[in-house]
Design a protein around this ligand. Structure first.
Ligand code: GCV
Length: 697
């Protein structure tokens, strides 16, 4: 009753009070004190830098801050030298990044004691938007596209469009993101036609002052589809000329255009293999067209081979033989794991396998396999685990981070990409906590050695605290428990979805709930869960050891031997690499079956715990955000329960063992879940879970 009346009062008050709808992200204005900003230069970017300081300064009142653009060997790329009142950089953009860093330090109470140089880990820090030109977003859970509307007639650019794009660019710049791919990798070729290019130019013009370059996903079949040429063979002179002319046309409109992202010969997309050419021949042809203008090609390694070889091995098998054959303005974009953005995968063995080719990691910010914008899952811990994974490529310490940021091998270009979780929802990401994943991606792209703990603390302070120096009460009752919840949230999701190395056992519909049973007869086997879990009366898991697909051989020693041996394989990857017996003894002393049950149960219990943690924060959060997160946690709890019940009841058919008696019993029926899963209608691609900005924005 008490909770009910409090909720009603809060709802009532929120109609009159300033509601925190989340649109301001981590950039909430906090009653700045006055400051003088001095800079000899005046460009659009410097004007933004000055304005940001003036509206957010929390340092000494009436201080003078000096912004200087002066080359310095210690400062690399967009980096800067920072002290309490001076920022020096090689470029205007460096100054802007320095300003955001300074303001962040002030707001989070992180002191700057001596001048320090802050350089980015990667030259290109890019968001990939899987936005379609009709306004929908593939795997988007926060409303429709901020770049595209439903029809070609709505290509006209409005003032509201421009305002939104500037807000988007500002948020990116504040965390160091400097590139945006504006359209889906499953590309619609029309984006390369003049009407669309004009809109791309308009977007680029708004993003430029914030240092954000635009890129486009390019369809390999464009010369035929919009150029009227019979072939798209990358060695054909007419095709080569078509791409050169197209590059010229684009750069005339957008002189700092970043380049192309290409998904070729994957999931039905056209590519050079259609003409018996290699990925290198295809990528190089496009790279040559962009080279005179400084553009790059980000060529994806997410491919399917024609063979029915283990899916986890295919990218490595296709790309490693091509090492050294790519132009220096091609970067191979590799998903963090060998399969597809699963809740937990070992790192892709391509990292550390190609020494003469630039590689860039691709992570997924949108939560395709991690509960969409409904589940609270802080992905930073997953990316930290990935970036810090040791490939042993050049001995111990050859982490994925070092294999990709140029510190281990000379790379002409370095980059990292994240598939964006942004849409027209008022709070941009559908879930207030999903904003933390956008934030974390930017922060890790800037500094790939940051800890998730630091990132979470920063984000909570910037997003929720009312004053720069909140009371110890706020720290103890909000910051500490909420940070803990965020840091545990990914492991909780792994536990209730796919623990112990299980992967790809989600529902085929939308990739949201459980679906280990899903296996239509005519479907490609490697799109169905049974291909991945291989459950039978003996055990469960994919045998990728030397007695199975031998995917382990794609890893360097000592990982090869460690993963190959069931006794030394980390239990987190057990069922990724081994078909383990149901009664296999785990480190805990339990059987594999019991351990699986405890993991699923623990995951559900953790979400119930998150609900309690959040409910206790009520007096520290505005009503609007509090209630939205509370409601999402309820949905997450229900869905976690479905995952546990669905997976345990399904696998129990094979193990034929009892669910340990101290564990809560399933509350859903397997038959019912299977029926609902296969009958459930597709939600629209741009399913929104939150209030939308007006379409006409
Ligand atoms: C954009 C997975 C997703 C697809 C996505 C693809 C990719 O298969 O389900 O929606 O396509 O990855 O990364 O290209």
């Amino acid at each position: 009753m008490k909770i009910f009346s409090r909720t009603v009062v809060l709802l009532f008050l929120s109609a009159y009070m300033y509601a925190e709808n989340g649109h301001d992200l981590w950039l909430r204005n906090k009653n700045a004190v006055s400051v003088n900003v001095v800079c000899a230069k005046n460009t659009a970017t410097i004007a933004i830098a000055k304005q940001e300081l003036q509206q957010d300064w929390q340092g000494a009142p009436n201080a003078s801050v000096v912004l200087t653009i002066k080359p310095d060997k210690a400062i690399k790329g967009d980096g800067f030298r920072l002290s309490q009142t001076t920022i020096q950089a090689n470029s205007d953009y460096g100054v802007l990044y320095g300003v955001y860093e300074l303001l962040r330090r002030q707001q989070t109470g992180e002191e700057i004691t001596a001048a320090e140089v802050v350089n980015p880990s990667y030259e290109r820090r890019v968001l990939d938007h899987w936005d379609n030109q009709n306004g929908t977003i593939e795997r988007g859970y926060a409303g429709r596209s901020i770049f595209w509307r439903s029809t070609k007639d709505s290509l006209v650019v409005t003032e509201a469009d421009k305002k939104l794009w500037r807000e988007y660019a500002r948020a990116n710049a504040s965390v160091g993101i400097n590139g945006s791919v504006l359209n889906n990798v499953n590309a619609n070729v029309d984006v390369l036609t003049i009407d669309y290019l004009k809109r791309v130019k308009a977007i680029a013009d708004e993003l430029r002052p914030y240092g954000v370059k635009v890129y486009l996903s390019a369809k390999f079949s464009a010369p035929s589809q919009i150029g009227g040429i019979k072939t798209c063979d990358p060695l054909d002179p007419e095709v080569i000329k078509w791409w050169k002319d197209k590059a010229k046309e684009i750069y005339r409109l957008i002189p700092d255009f970043g380049g192309f992202l290409v998904k070729a010969n994957s999931e039905g997309q056209p590519g050079p293999q259609d003409y018996k050419r290699t990925h290198a021949e295809g990528a190089n042809m496009m790279a040559d067209a962009l080279k005179p203008y400084g553009g790059i090609v980000m060529w994806r390694a997410f491919v399917y081979s024609a063979s029915d070889n283990d899916r986890a091995k295919q990218a490595y098998e296709e790309f490693v033989p091509l090492d050294g054959q790519f132009r220096d303005n091609v970067i191979i974009q590799v998903k963090n794991g060998p399969i597809d953005f699963q809740p937990r995968e070992p790192f892709s063995p391509l990292f550390g396998a190609m020494k003469k080719t630039s590689l860039m990691p691709e992570v997924q910010i949108t939560q395709e396999y991690l509960g969409h914008s409904t589940h609270l899952v802080f992905l930073s811990t997953m990316w930290e685990e990935f970036l810090k994974s040791d490939t042993y490529q050049a001995g111990e310490g050859s982490t994925v981070a070092r294999c990709t940021d140029g510190s281990l091998f000379p790379q002409k270009h370095t980059a990292i990409a994240g598939v964006a979780n942004i849409g027209l929802d008022v709070n941009w990401c559908g879930h207030h906590f999903a904003q933390s994943n956008w934030y974390a991606f930017g922060r890790l792209a800037w500094n790939n050695s940051l800890t998730s703990e630091q990132i979470a603390a920063e984000w909570i302070k910037l997003t929720f605290q009312q004053h720069a120096s909140e009371s110890s009460d706020w720290q103890a009752n909000f910051l500490t428990p909420v940070k803990q919840m965020m840091l545990e949230s990914r492991e909780a999701a792994v536990s209730y979805m796919m623990p112990l190395g299980l992967h790809h056992i989600m529902s085929a519909n939308e990739h949201y709930g459980p679906g280990p049973w899903w296996a239509p007869k005519k479907m490609r086997k490697d799109w169905t869960p049974p291909y991945y879990h291989q459950a039978d009366s003996i055990g469960v898991g994919f045998n990728r050891t030397h007695t199975g697909s031998n995917a382990v051989a794609q890893y360097h020693e000592p990982l090869y031997s460690q993963f190959d041996n069931i006794e030394t394989c980390p239990e987190t990857y057990l069922l990724w690499f081994h078909h383990a017996a149901w009664n296999h003894q785990m480190k805990s002393g339990r059987t594999l079956w019991s351990e699986l049950c405890y993991h699923y149960d623990r995951g559900v219990q953790q979400v119930r715990q998150f609900q309690k943690i959040w409910d206790k924060t009520e007096s520290y959060v505005d009503a609007e955000r509090f209630l939205q997160v509370q409601s999402k946690l309820r949905s997450q709890s229900r869905n976690a329960q479905l995952w546990k019940d669905g997976c345990l009841l399904y696998f129990q058919q094979f193990s034929k063992m009892p669910i340990p008696y101290d564990i809560e019993r399933p509350v859903n029926d397997l038959e019912e879940m299977i029926k609902n899963d296969t009958r459930r209608p597709q939600r629209p691609a741009a399913f929104s879970s939150n209030r939308q900005l007006n379409q006409a924005h």
